[in-house]
Write a protein that binds this ligand. Structure first.
Ligand SMILES: Cc1cc2nc3c(=O)[nH]c(=O)nc-3n(C[C@H](O)[C@H](O)[C@H](O)COP(=O)(O)OP(=O)(O)OC[C@H]3O[C@@H](n4cnc5c(N)ncnc54)[C@H](O)[C@@H]3O)c2cc1C
Length: 421
């Protein structure tokens, strides 16, 4: 293999996973991050790896929620009306992607990764990366009967197409309480998703960073990439405002929700990535749930992680990835209060917000750029950057090596993920 020096812009889930796979191939890696590694959306998330759920957000249901989100702050999905001009292009693209035929095409494109998600994660585990904190399978709940049946049918039909494992039977009453005694009494239905996996992203990211350092990766923290230079170089500004040119043989742009300005300043036209902020906090409970519980009707997730209960949810579009809206924690706590019983919702700690890198059609930007052979973009993984991180890392390594990118042993069609589309 031809050993190269790869400069990775962004040390989040995608950049770190790419660096891991590139080092495995014997390359030299420098990671440039505007802050600390893992400082974006990498650590406060729900820790779910979901072969059965990697699908675009846009659907007929979410299109309705988008409209509601403009007019109320009480919903899981909120859109700041004053920022609408900024988000208008994204909104139009999102509504277009919600059309049944487009949403189905998007789901099929992302499902190419389904078989590769957990094997790629396990290869990281075999390399010594800490994938603990959760484990296999979790409970999906829904207390709205038609919603429960529709969700169950959707997972069954995905499994019938070979996109992940089939769900368990619908559970109600005693069987539901037996499966998860910590549920709030108002929760009336659910089913297990045995093929999903969860982990603690805090320990995962920490061990990934430690392993990269031990294998000789160079970290340039507090260096913000401003624009790409000529050839495989990037102009970065350090914490003192001093500009530096960082050079390699190839560049990988993996700056999550902050990717679009870097590409635009560099003359690279691309599908836009906007931030869809999510929120999480830790809450004390009388009884820890036995497993991760994902409430599809309440749009929130309760995750036992190494002895703490993390609550995760919300999708906020306001065009400001770095701004925390404290009212979102209240809305999230109200949603989760109907999911888990015996929690002290007033004693929240570890309040956190992270910017999901959202594209209107739900597809990441993954691949090369015409006329820029030194450049690879790996960004815009929406709500699935942990699920898709390990397999994306391997795809980036395939692209650098000139191999046909694969997932789950099958060659990938990267056309739906074209950087400019
Ligand atoms: C509340 C919440 C829950 C989630 N739950 C899940 C889940 O359960 N499963 C799942 O698969 N996904 C989940 N996600 C989504 C997942 O976290 C993201 O898809 C993922 O973090 C995207 O990875 P990334 O590397 O593209 O971006 P990030 O992880 O955000 O990393 C981007 C990095 O780029 C750096 N950067 C930004 N600008 C620059 C610059 N100019 N120069 C240099 N560096 C820069 C940032 O500092 C950051 O470190 C969740 C997200 C949120 C917010």
């Amino acid at each position: 293999m031809n050993t190269q020096h790869i400069v990775v812009i962004g040390g989040g889930l995608i950049g770190l996973s790419a660096a891991h796979a590139l080092l495995r191939d014997g390359h030299r890696v420098t990671i440039v991050d505007r802050g600390r590694l893992g400082g974006g959306a990498a650590t406060g998330n729900a820790g779910e790896l979901t072969p059965q759920q990697v699908a675009p957000l846009a659907s007929a249901n979410t299109a309705r929620d988008i409209v509601r989100g403009v007019f109320t702050r009480n919903s899981y999905l909120s859109i700041a009306p004053l920022r609408m001009p900024l988000l208008a292009g994204f909104g139009i693209g999102f509504l277009r992607a919600s059309l049944h035929s487009r949403a189905a095409r998007g789901a099929a494109a992302l499902a190419q990764f389904s078989d590769g998600i957990l094997p790629a994660l396990r290869r990281m585990g075999d390399d010594g990366i800490d994938i603990s904190g959760g484990g296999e399978g979790y409970l999906m709940t829904c207390s709205d009967e038609p919603g429960l049946r529709a969700a169950h049918d959707a997972y069954r039909s995905r499994a019938a197409r070979g996109w992940g494992e089939a769900p368990g039977p619908i559970l109600r009453d005693d069987r539901l309480r037996d499966a998860e005694p910590a549920l709030h009494p108002s929760v009336t239905g659910g089913f297990m998703l045995p093929g999903e996996f969860s982990l603690d992203p805090v320990t995962f990211v920490a061990s990934l960073v430690e392993s990269l350092a031990a294998r000789g990766a160079r970290f340039l923290e507090h260096h913000a990439a401003i624009r790409l230079g000529s050839g495989a170089s990037v102009v970065c500004r350090d914490a003192n405002g001093v500009e530096h040119l960082v050079r390699g043989d190839r560049l990988v742009v993996a700056a999550g929700a902050w990717t679009t300005p870097i590409l635009r300043r560099s003359g690279v036209r691309s599908a836009a990535i906007v931030s869809g902020k999510g929120y999480s906090f830790t809450v004390p409970v009388d009884r820890m749930p036995a497993q991760l519980v994902h409430a599809s009707d309440r749009h929130c997730v309760a995750i036992p992680m190494h002895g703490r209960l993390r609550i995760v949810g919300m999708m906020e579009f306001d065009g400001r990835p770095d701004r925390i809206s404290t009212d979102r924690f209240e809305v999230l706590a109200r949603a989760a209060a109907g999911l888990i019983g015996g929690a002290d919702w007033g004693r929240r700690t570890d309040e956190w917000a992270g910017a999901r890198p959202m594209t209107a059609d739900g597809m990441p930007l993954l691949g090369g750029v015409a006329g820029r052979p030194e450049l690879i973009v790996a960004s815009g993984h929406n709500m699935h950057g942990l699920s898709l991180g390990p397999v994306t890392g391997e795809v980036v390594a395939d692209l650098v090596a000139g191999r046909a990118p694969k997932s789950g042993g099958r060659e990938l069609d990267l056309a739906p993920f074209a950087v400019r589309r």
